[in-house]
Design a protein around this ligand. Sequence first.
Ligand SMILES: [Mn+2]
Length: 254
Amino acid sequence: MYYFASDLHLGLTVGTTANERESLFTHWLEARAEDAEAIFLVGDVFDFWFEYRRVVPRGFVRVLGKLAELTDRGVKIHFFPGNHDLWSFDYLQQECGVQIHAAQYEILNLYGHDILIGHGDALGPRPWQGRLLSWAFRNAVVQRGFATLCHPNTALRFGQWWSGSNRQAKPIKHPFRGDQEPMVQFARTFIEEKPEVQLFVCGHIHCAEIFPLDPSHRIAFLGEWIDTPTYGALYPNGQFELRSYPEEKSLLIR
Ligand SMILES: [Mn+2]
């Protein structure tokens, strides 16, 4: 099986407590490792992450330790940065052995099916303010400037404030908007060019949904771990399932 989770927002202090979420996720990783071909973390694992060349944010030791332990045992773990942990460079790869995918999405062949995986914040039509921000955050010069000019205590305090105030201003999730979702629009355009990609797996909008684009294409949204932890599982026959955790209840399969 291949497993997928996103939007854990570790460190955020709303919903389940930060410690509960961290320990729940640690157990999830351990449980998935039993039969995982690979585990995909599809963005916003951390509510705010900014790493300097010699400094990383404090906290998350159980999760970081579990990631390192599993990859040491040979479990393959892939990490796609989200808009909250965009600034993940080589620390997680070097210390925890996860494979970082810095591109906005990647197409991987799993069990013989082409699958597009990406957090999704940068996919589809968006207002110019959002595009400008994500350009700035992904820009190497801006990143280096920020790291040089900003003391880690200041940077992390700002980041945690920014991320927390974002969370208070917006609800944790909204009802799924179907074709109005930018990522659904992105996927529809994408399959006109590359119909061989039959499944899209994204996070970001915090909805747990598998939306059919047409009879042979689907887009799956992985939900979130702040209120109602959910994750995705890909079966060898290409079916995708959303399950709750820790109940392990099947929510949707397509
Ligand atoms: Mn998120």
